[in-house]
Design a protein around this ligand. Structure first.
Ligand SMILES: Cc1cc2nc3c(=O)[nH]c(=O)nc-3n(C[C@H](O)[C@H](O)[C@H](O)COP(=O)(O)O)c2cc1C
Length: 405
């Protein structure tokens, strides 16, 4: 679990550095953000490199600095789009008069400008320049244009400038930039009173030391819920089967393999959590006997005797006190009927049911098509949406149900 000093954990911040004398101060900004838990990626303009070397930012952020549209890190085909996509926030510090002008005109003549056009998340622009430049009507008009785009302009401080003049133009103190980020990025922390346990991924039931029985779950849905819950301020315990995608940051990750291990971990934490969201695909059966040596083929058919695994949700339902229980049902037929039966049998509050045969739904996809079915019998069919958007809708409903409890 992480306290206030790590409140940017799980967030990705792209810091754009343009060519102003205050560029050296951005090293400290990157350091502070990193210490607070943010994953920081720095993009530098050509002029910025006249003031400070990329190596410094690389050492402080722990990530390669991005310099050119045509210089892609491995696996990134469109660095400008990739950066815009991953950024929860972009902070341009210092923002030169030149960069502000370029951004106001929508210029895409370098990586920073191009990335900014593609960015749909929060953008913070921190101007720093000589006082006369700052007061020039062209610069002021450009700054106002950026405000119209929805960017937050972190006004420069008043004081003695590097050129010897006094007035507004000093890069805002890092504390003020960070405060602004906190106010907006961490604004919607409506789940910060909750501890949420999420299960994700597929379990593996060993047959022998090299073989196992598993299923097609990728863990993407559970990871998306854990990530969204964390961003909304919840303390998240993520009990995960086999990991395919990168797990979210800032959560208490517990890796398990078999259904029994998942059962043990979930039950261990059950008492101290407010909500359990069971998005994992847990194996219903495990081999009766697990061979200690690799089973050799001998020409005959092999018969495996399977026994039932513990039913985690059923057990949670039996022991339920203050907790809210959310289950997932991946079905191939009679989705609503089966889901309603499970809600009743397992004492659930909400079931997220999907027909995994529907295109865009289910295992391994980035989207899902689900029906939310509530304990009272009410059902709400949702359209196809990203697993991220669906996670937030599930969390909205959990919040509403918790309030009504
Ligand atoms: C020593 C020196 C200091 C500079 N400081 C600033 C500054 O603080 N703010 C600014 O807007 N421009 C400053 N400039 C001018 C910018 O470096 C120049 O406009 C450059 O084209 C900015 O490019 P960029 O916005 O693409 O990084 C300075 C130039 C020099 C030589």
């Amino acid at each position: 679990m992480y306290g206030k000093e790590q409140n940017f954990r799980g967030y990705k911040v792209v810091v754009g550095v343009s060519g102003g004398i205050a560029a050296y101060k951005t090293v400290d900004l990157v350091s502070l953000l990193t210490k607070r838990g943010a994953e920081v990626h720095v993009v530098m303009t050509k002029a910025a490199r006249e003031f400070i070397g990329p190596v410094t930012f690389e050492a402080i952020s722990g990530n390669k600095v991005h310099l050119d549209v045509f210089d892609s890190p491995p696996g990134w085909h469109f660095p400008h789009l990739e950066l815009a996509r991953i950024a929860d926030a972009v902070v341009i510090a210092p923002a030169t008069a030149h960069f502000i002008g370029r951004a106001a005109c929508g210029m895409a003549d370098d990586l920073l400008g191009t990335m900014l056009l593609a960015c749909q998340n929060l953008v913070f622009v921190c101007p720093a320049m000589n006082v006369a430049m700052y007061k020039h009507p062209a610069v002021q008009a450009n700054i106002n244009k950026l405000r119209e785009f929805g960017y937050t302009v972190v006004e420069p401080d008043y004081g003695r400038l590097a050129c010897g003049d006094t007035g507004p133009g000093r890069l805002a103190e890092n504390d003020r930039i960070i405060k602004e980020l906190e106010n907006q990025l961490l604004f919607n922390q409506d789940l910060n009173d909750y501890t949420i346990l999420v299960t994700a991924g597929a379990t593996r039931e060993p047959i022998d030391p090299v073989r196992f029985i598993s299923n097609r779950s990728s863990g993407k849905m559970g990871f998306a819920i854990a990530r969204a819950a964390r961003k909304r301020g919840a303390r998240v315990i993520l009990v995960s089967g086999v990991l395919h995608p990168k797990p979210p940051e800032g959560v208490n990750l517990i890796e398990v393999e078999s259904a029994q291990e998942m059962y043990d971990e979930v039950l261990k934490h059950y008492e101290c959590v407010d909500v359990v969201i069971k998005a994992a695909a847990v194996g219903d059966y495990m081999p009766e006997n697990v061979a200690s040596q690799k089973i050799k083929k001998n020409g005959n058919a092999l018969t495996l005797e399977l026994k039932r695994n513990p039913d985690i949700l059923l057990e949670l339902g039996k022991r339920k006190q203050h907790q809210l229980l959310v289950g997932f049902a991946a079905e191939t037929q009679d989705v609503e009927k089966n889901a309603k039966e499970k809600i009743f049998k397992k004492n659930l509050d909400l079931m997220v049911a999907n027909d995994v045969t529907v295109p865009g739904a289910g295992f391994g996809t980035d989207t899902n098509v689900v029906k939310l079915i509530f304990a009272g019998g009410e059902a709400n069919q949702l359209p196809m949406m990203t697993k991220e958007d669906l996670s937030n809708i599930i969390l909205d409903n959990i919040r509403m149900l918790k309030k009504c409890k």
